[in-house]
Design a protein around this ligand. Structure first.
Ligand SMILES: [Zn+2]
Length: 277
């Protein structure tokens, strides 16, 4: 009799396990809060409880709660996802859930990731995987009318903001090529890691920025080099940053800054030995 009732009960936990797998399998270990919890509606929980007993379901729900991940995108969250996905392109995609909760989902798009894509996925997994929340507001510096947004150059450490216009102006490695100095994806890596270190570890700017620079250099394949600025006119200055790759190749990335926004990004490969101007 005991074996009969066991046999009858067997399918329920198996089905429950399959449910859990189905909910988790598209993810890369970075399941979003609402996806983990939302995959069990009240009716299905009740049905599972009847079939499998409260304790088993309780354990499953506890597992789902442990998968709660916490990177929150405020402001233009959809714009952030769109740009991040332009950077990542293959294997993964950024998905925005309720309340701006960011998750990373596996895709079937195959191929080798660019260095900036690989680093962005790594940093997103790191931040999403921490139970402590990091919140970043994504803005558009070119069109925003808020006075505080004018001070956001790429990103603002104190304001926890990222200017998507500034990042997009630098393009992605898929668009400008590998080994061409800083890109928008590398800067996104920088800003996200910097905010994570600030918000979760209470690091000051210098400490968090050093970590962010290291991740940015991994994404670019070269450290951020010297920066020179010259005034073009009353409203615009020109910034040149120099990147030296391990093989000695030197690349300059040059852009104009007007009203705190990045325009007219251009790149120049400088032969080794020529040096920066
Ligand atoms: Zn920084």
């Amino acid at each position: 009799m005991a074996s009969q009732s066991l046999q009858r009960l067997e399918p329920a936990p198996a089905a429950a396990a399959r449910r859990g797998q189905a909910a988790a399998s598209p993810e890369c270990g970075a399941t979003a809060r609402q996806e983990g919890a939302g995959s069990f509606d009240a009716a299905s929980v009740l049905a599972l409880q009847r079939q499998a007993g409260n304790r088993a379901v309780g354990r499953m729900l506890a597992t789902q709660r442990m998968l709660q991940r916490t990177l929150t995108a405020a402001g233009d969250a959809a714009g952030f996802a769109a740009f991040a996905n332009r950077v990542i392109g293959i294997q993964f995609e950024v998905v925005i859930g309720n309340g701006g909760v960011v998750s990373l989902r596996r895709t079937n798009v195959q191929g080798p990731p660019t260095p900036e894509a690989q680093e962005l996925v790594r940093v997103l997994q790191l931040v999403i995987g921490d139970r402590n929340n990091t919140t970043i507001e994504f803005i558009h510096g070119r069109t925003s009318t808020r006075a505080s947004d004018r001070r956001v150059m790429g990103g603002s450490f104190p304001q926890s903001k990222v200017d998507l216009d500034d990042e997009e102006a630098r393009g992605t490695q898929g668009e400008v090529g590998l080994g061409m100095g800083v890109t928008g994806g590398a800067l996104l890596v920088h800003e996200i890691l910097e905010q994570y270190r600030k918000q979760v570890f209470s690091e000051d700017f210098d400490t968090a920025h050093a970590q962010a620079l290291a991740a940015e250099a991994t994404a670019i394949g070269a450290p951020r080099g010297t920066s020179t600025t010259r005034t073009l006119n009353a409203t615009t200055r020109e910034v040149t940053k120099t990147y030296t790759y391990p093989d000695g190749r030197v690349v300059e990335v040059i852009w104009d800054v007007t009203a705190g926004n990045i325009f007219n990004v251009r790149r120049r490969v400088v032969s080794p030995g020529r040096g920066s101007p």
